[in-house]
Write a protein that binds this ligand. Sequence first.
Ligand SMILES: Cc1cc2nc3c(=O)[nH]c(=O)nc-3n(C[C@H](O)[C@H](O)[C@H](O)COP(=O)(O)O)c2cc1C
Length: 214
Amino acid sequence: MNITELASNRFTTKAYDASRPLTEQQIADVLSLLQNSPSTLNLQGWHFHVITTEAGRKKIAPAIFDLNKTKVAQAPLAIVFSSINGISEQHLDELVAQEAQDGRFRDTESRQKNDAGRRSYINNVAHSPEFQHKWMERQLYIALGFLLLGAPALGLHATPIEGFDTQEMDNILGLEAQGLHSVVMATVGYNSDADFNAQLPKSRFPLDKIITKL
Ligand SMILES: Cc1cc2nc3c(=O)[nH]c(=O)nc-3n(C[C@H](O)[C@H](O)[C@H](O)COP(=O)(O)O)c2cc1C
């Protein structure tokens, strides 16, 4: 299936087949979609809690709103997407060190220039905590988009989930102490016969309503 077919054929999974687990390789493939997602200034201000065990599912269950409880209980993989609470010096140091290790700089000067450019942008444009908070959260939705399109490309079904109590999830996962807060979730697996959305036609506004050509 090509990319446009994948985009138009994918759908939000409403019920999972709990008897069909994912292999370690399938889970690794999904996680690599998240790792390879782009983010502004390559900041990668995110963290993903990956739930694949019954104990993990039970642990996060109290934070899940009723409409999603069965999905999260039955999907072989659930992921909580969290965002960093602010962009620390330590984060920037670790980032430039990673980029250097990955071979992004031809010499020390180019490393310094890159690091200074990123810090300058943050200091000038993105210095307020409120800005950073929203800015980092937005990046998570790019990772979510990668997962939503990537899962069907891997032959899997997925559900984007905002229907959970982020405060409660933060408490359960101890996120504040880690400098994080939860934003969105996704589940991945195989759908079951009870997945009514699989049979429904997709509904979208027509292109002429959502697109203006200049
Ligand atoms: C950010 C986001 C959060 C969503 N949260 C939920 C959710 O909590 N539970 C759910 O069943 N569907 C959720 N959805 C699915 C949407 O309802 C669905 O994407 C939309 O109706 C379009 O249908 P489709 O994904 O099947 O094309 C969410 C979608 C997005 C993009």
